[in-house]
Design a protein around this ligand. Structure first.
Ligand code: 4AD
Ligand code: MG
Length: 430
C-alpha cells in the first residue's frame, strides 16, 4: 500500500510502499541506511543484506543523493527515530537517477543556495519553513472566514499608487497605458467594505523598494482586512487576535517543523492578547531613554523597532504616528491632527513591523486636500473619492505581511527563506 511518511504511524507492522527521493545514505557493510523524503517527511529506511536480494543490496550501495525511488518494507516503531518510525526494506525500485546533485549535505553559501533555490527547497529546513508558511496562510483564511469577513480580491494591475509613488513597478498595459503592480489592495478593500461590511483580500503585492534588508522583498503576500463602521481601536483588537491565532495554529499543528528549525517555542507561547499598546510619543521617549538618537517626527528604523520590541514579551502595537510620515489616506486624530489614527504591530525578537494599518479619512474635503498635497493624480482617485461622496462611514483596516510573520515564527535570519521563490533587489532567478 502506498503511504505518505507523515501518515506512517497508522501502519505500524504493516508492509507499506514509500515513493520519494534519496536524501542521504550511509552503509556499514551489512546494512544500508537510506534517508528518504517524500515531501511529507523524512524517514530512515534500513536495508540489511539478509533482507533483500543480492542485486538490490548491491544497487543500494551505488545510489546517489536525490535519486527518485520506491521502497517497500515494514513500518517499524523506533523511539530513537526522528519521526518515531523506520522502514525495514524488502524491495527497491529506482525511478530515475540523479547525477552529481549540486547540493551536498555540507554547508553552502547563501548565494550558491539562492541560485539553486528550486533544489534548495528539498532540504529538511526549507521544507519545514514552507510547511509553516502553509499553516500560516491557512490559519489566516480560517481566522477571517470564521469571523464573517468576506474574501473580496483586489486587482494586481492598478492605475495608481497606494503606498507612495516611489516604490511602484510600472507595466506596459497595451499600447498607450502604464499600469502599476499593486502595492496594497487597501483602496479597493475600502470600496468592498462599503459594499460588503467586513472584507479581506489576500494576495501578492509589489514594492520597488531599493531596500536590501532582511525584512524586504519586492514581491510579498499580504492579507488585508477592512471594516466599515470601525475605528483604530477595533483594528488594534483585530490585529492582536489575528496574530495570536496564527501563532497558536503554528504551535499546535507544526510543532515538528518548529523543532526541525530549533525554534524556541516558549517565546511564541507568550503571544496572547492583549498586546501592549504604546503611543508613538511614548515610543519616542523610550528610545531617547535608551540613548538612541531618535527625534519625534521621524519614522522608526530597524534598530528603533528592535529596541522597542525588546521592552515587551509579546508583540507591541505602536499607534499615533505623526501624520506627516504616514500615507495620504490616514485619518488625523481629531484631538490632535499632527498625529494619525495609525498603528504598526512590531514582532518580538527584532523581527520588526508585521502589521501596518489604521483608520481612514472619511471626510471628502480632507481626502481631496491630501491627494493634492501628495501630488497624486486626482482623476485616478475619483472612484476612491466617490466612497466619501456616497454614504461615507468611519472605517479602518490593516495589512499583515505573510513573509515577515513566517520569518518570525520560524526564527529565521532573513525573509528570503519564507517564500518558495523570493524576489528581491538583486534576485529574479530562478
Ligand atoms: O505598512 P504597509 O506598507 O501597509 C499597507 O500597505 C497598508 N495599505 C495596509 C492596509 O492598511 N491595508 O504594509 C503592511 C505590511 C507590513 O507591516 C509588513 O508586514 C508587510 O506588509 N510588508 C513587507 N513585507 C515584505 N517585504 C516588504 N518590502 C514589505 N513591505 C511591507
Ligand atoms: Mg508600514
Amino acid at each position: 500500500m502506498n503511504v505518505y511518511i507523515e501518515n506512517i504511524a497508522a501502519h505500524e507492522g504493516q508492509e507499506v510502499t514509500i515513493r520519494g527521493w534519496l536524501h542521504n545514505r550511509r552503509s556499514s557493510g551489512k546494512i544500508h541506511f537510506l534517508t528518504v523524503r517524500d515531501g511529507t517527511g523524512f524517514i530512515q529506511a534500513v536495508m540489511s543484506k539478509a533482507g533483500v536480494s543480492p542485486e538490490t543490496f548491491q544497487q543500494a550501495d551505488h545510489l546517489s543523493q536525490e535519486t527518485s525511488l520506491v521502497l517497500t518494507g515494514t513500518a517499524r516503531a523506533d523511539s530513537r527515530a526522528p519521526g518515531g518510525f523506520e522502514l525495514d526494506v524488502k524491495s527497491l525500485e529506482v525511478v530515475a537517477p540523479a547525477h552529481e546533485y549540486p547540493l551536498t549535505p555540507k554547508e553552502h553559501g547563501v548565494d550558491y543556495l539562492m541560485d539553486r533555490r528550486h533544489l534548495w527547497i528539498r532540504t529538511e529546513r526549507q521544507h519545514a519553513v514552507l510547511r509553516v508558511r502553509h499553516e500560516v496562510v491557512n490559519a489566516i483564511r480560517d481566522f477571517f472566514n470564521s469571523r464573517g469577513f468576506i474574501l473580496a480580491d483586489t486587482p494586481i494591475f492598478t492605475p495608481s499608487a497606494c503606498e507612495g509613488t516611489t516604490t511602484l513597478f510600472p507595466v506596459q498595459y497595451f499600447d498607450d497605458t502604464t499600469a502599476y503592480l499593486t502595492q496594497s489592495g487597501q483602496l479597493y478593500n475600502e470600496a468592498n467594505a462599503m459594499a460588503l461590511g467586513r472584507v479581506y483580500c489576500f494576495g501578492p503585492t509589489f514594492r520597488a523598494e531599493k531596500s536590501k534588508t532582511r525584512r524586504h522583498l519586492t514581491e510579498f503576500w499580504m492579507v488585508e482586512p477592512e471594516m466599515a463602521y470601525a475605528t483604530l481601536d477595533d483594528v488594534m483588537t483585530l490585529g492582536e487576535e489575528l496574530v495570536s491565532y496564527v501563532v497558536g495554529r503554528a504551535l499546535e499543528r507544526r510543532a515538528r517543523e518548529l523543532n526541525v528549525l530549533q525554534r524556541d517555542t516558549a517565546k511564541l507561547e507568550r503571544v496572547r492578547p492583549p498586546f501592549p499598546r504604546v503611543s508613538y510619543d511614548e515610543a519616542a521617549r523610550i528610545l531617547k531613554d535608551k540613548g538612541l538618537p531618535f527625534e519625534w517626527g521621524g519614522d522608526l528604523g530597524g534598530t528603533d523597532e528592535t529596541v522597542l520590541s525588546e521592552q515587551f514579551d509579546r508583540p507591541v502595537a505602536v499607534y499615533g504616528y505623526p501624520s506627516a510620515i504616514k500615507a495620504f489616506y490616514m485619518k488625523p486624530d481629531p484631538n490632535r491632527p499632527d498625529v494619525s489614527l495609525s498603528v504598526d504591530v512590531l514582532a518580538p525578537e527584532g523581527y520588526g513591523e508585521i502589521i501596518g494599518g489604521g483608520q481612514r479619512i472619511d471626510d471628502y474635503d480632507l481626502l481631496l486636500q491630501r491627494i493634492k498635497e501628495h501630488n497624486l493624480p486626482q482623476e485616478a482617485f475619483e472612484w476612491y473619492l466617490d466612497l466619501r461622496r456616497y454614504g461615507s462611514v468611519p472605517h479602518a483596516g490593516f495589512g499583515m505581511g505573510v513573509e515577515r510573520v513566517v520569518s518570525w515564527i520560524c526564527g529565521l535570519e532573513h525573509v528570503r527563506e519564507t517564500i518558495p521563490y523570493p524576489r528581491m533587489l538583486y534576485r529574479l532567478y530562478p
